[in-house]
Design a protein around this ligand. Structure first.
Ligand code: ADP
Length: 464
């Protein structure tokens, strides 16, 4: 019925409203029919009683003079029905003069040959009337007694009934729609809670579980099923993390052994020139592999929350000085200008782990060095905004395309390598992000392709 992203609550409300409306139409039709036939039966009984009384009167006044009987009939007709009564002979002529002008002009139905009673509907002067006709035999004289009553009273009742139904419909529709919406919102509230909790679960916090209500309904079963699935995922991911951590750890030994052997061979003056080249390649590649293993191990430990970082007051100025003293010779070598601006007055302090922060800054500086072609500019700035310490590394390098920007913090993600022709393993920024998270800091990036990038770490506001 409703297409597109329409909430279940809204759909249920529309269904409630629709069902209520059709139910109401059905109810109104049944009630209207019922009321109509009740009013008709009521009118019939009134007219039948009137004819009964007329019959009795005629029987009782049998011995009276004709004039007296005319008068009695006349009085009766006026007393009971605005004079709308007549007594005909079976041949259709009036047995008694009409009691009123209205009765004489009334379009009485033709006299039926058959004995018995008829109850008819007649329209006169634009008005509806019910008419009863009854054959009556009085001492050999066959008469037909007729009486009529307007239907107007019944019509007013029916009209009022319709009016009542029609005015109540918008109110009831509103009440049922609001009621339906409120009920469905209430019933689906646990779904919102589950959705919110499910959204907050990532690969990093798979041990978290969805809230389970004790309602015993489908939503409880859904939450329990999702939790069981999370449990399985958690243990599977745990196994993968343990495997990565163990593999990285176990590979470090053989790798450093290979590297040491190659370095020893390089130090040996008897090593010939061809072997020397091969050993140099081994040293270079094993350094890269060691770097990769180190990154993987760091992230594996981060995933298993097995890094016990003790956060203590750290002077960010000292972090900047150390990291920049390492970067400066590399920048000069690559014909890049490295400028550092720190807060002029008091030291900018944060709660953190010195070596992790140095590593974070080094990752940003290393990237700036790698992705900034000469001659270029790298600025490191330390400051504080609204009481929050900020550390910015800005470069005039190749920048990052908008399509890569959302992914650069993903593990092993490297933007089109053909653009930069730079060595890397795609783990640096993932580690930097983890270190920032460890310090409850935000790691933000601003970049424009071919213009440069700015990475900013914004630390939480603390009072040291
Ligand atoms: P890598 O080892 O490839 O440098 P990172 O995780 O450090 O891995 O960075 C991921 C990707 O983000 C890089 O491959 C690069 O495309 C992009 N990137 C990171 N820093 C910069 C920068 N300063 N300028 C341009 N691109 C960058």
């Amino acid at each position: 019925m409703l297409k597109g992203p329409v909430s279940i609550s809204l759909r249920l409300t529309v269904w409630f409203g629709g069902i209520f409306f059709f139910g109401w139409v059905l109810f109104a039709l049944v009630m209207w029919q019922d009321l109509k036939s009740t009013l008709r039966a009521d009118r019939y009984q009134t007219l039948a009683r009137r004819i009964d009384r007329l019959q009795d009167l005629l029987a009782k006044t049998q011995g009276d003079s004709q004039a007296d009987r005319h008068q009695i009939f006349n009085d009766f007709a006026h007393a009971t029905g605005n004079g709308l009564a007549e007594i005909f002979s079976v041949d259709g002529s009036r047995a008694y003069p009409s009691p009123s002008a209205a009765a004489s002009q009334f379009p009485w139905p033709s006299i039926a040959a058959a004995n018995g009673e008829r109850f008819l509907h007649v329209v006169s002067g634009g008005q509806s009337y019910w008419v009863i006709t009854r054959h009556y035999s009085l001492t050999g004289q066959s008469l037909v007694l007729l009486a009529a009553a307007p239907e107007a009273g019944n019509l007013v009742i029916l009209q009022n009934f319709w009016r009542g139904l029609l005015t109540s419909v918008p109110i009831l529709l509103l009440i049922s729609s609001f009621g339906g919406y409120w009920m469905s919102r209430r019933a689906l509230k646990p779904v919102d809670r589950i959705t919110l909790a499910a959204r907050s679960i990532t690969i990093g916090n798979l041990s978290q579980r969805l809230p389970v209500s004790n309602s015993g309904d489908e939503l409880q079963r859904l939450a329990e099923t999702c939790n069981a699935m999370l449990q399985r995922l958690d243990s599977a991911v745990g196994q993968i993390k343990r495997f990565t951590a163990d593999a990285s750890h176990e590979l470090r030994g053989p790798l450093s052994f290979t590297r040491t052997v190659a370095e020893v061979a390089l130090r040996n003056p008897n090593t010939d020139i061809d072997s020397r080249k091969a050993f140099e390649d081994i040293v270079e590649e094993s350094a890269k592999a060691a770097n990769l293993l180190e990154g993987m191990l760091t992230l594996a430990r981060a995933d298993s929350n097995s890094v016990d970082a003790v956060l203590e007051p750290v002077d960010l100025g000292a972090v900047v000085r150390e990291a920049c003293s390492l970067a400066r010779p590399l920048a000069e070598e690559r014909n890049l200008t490295l400028s550092v601006s720190t807060a002029p007055t008091s030291p900018v302090k944060v709660l953190g782990d010195f070596s992790s922060l140095r590593r974070l800054l080094w990752i940003l500086l290393d990237n700036a060095l790698k992705y900034t072609p000469a001659p270029g500019q790298i600025d490191v700035a330390l400051g504080s905004v609204s009481g929050r310490a900020t550390l910015t590394v800005r470069d005039s390098g190749i920048g990052i395309s908008p399509s890569d920007l959302p992914h650069i913090f993903d593990r092993f993600y490297r933007a089109d390598p053909s653009r930069s022709q730079v060595e890397g393993n795609g783990l640096g920024l993932a580690i930097a992000k983890w270190i920032a998270d460890l310090h409850h800091a935000d790691l933000l990036v601003n970049s424009a392709q071919d213009e440069g990038s700015a990475f900013r770490v914004v630390f939480p506001c603390i009072d040291l």
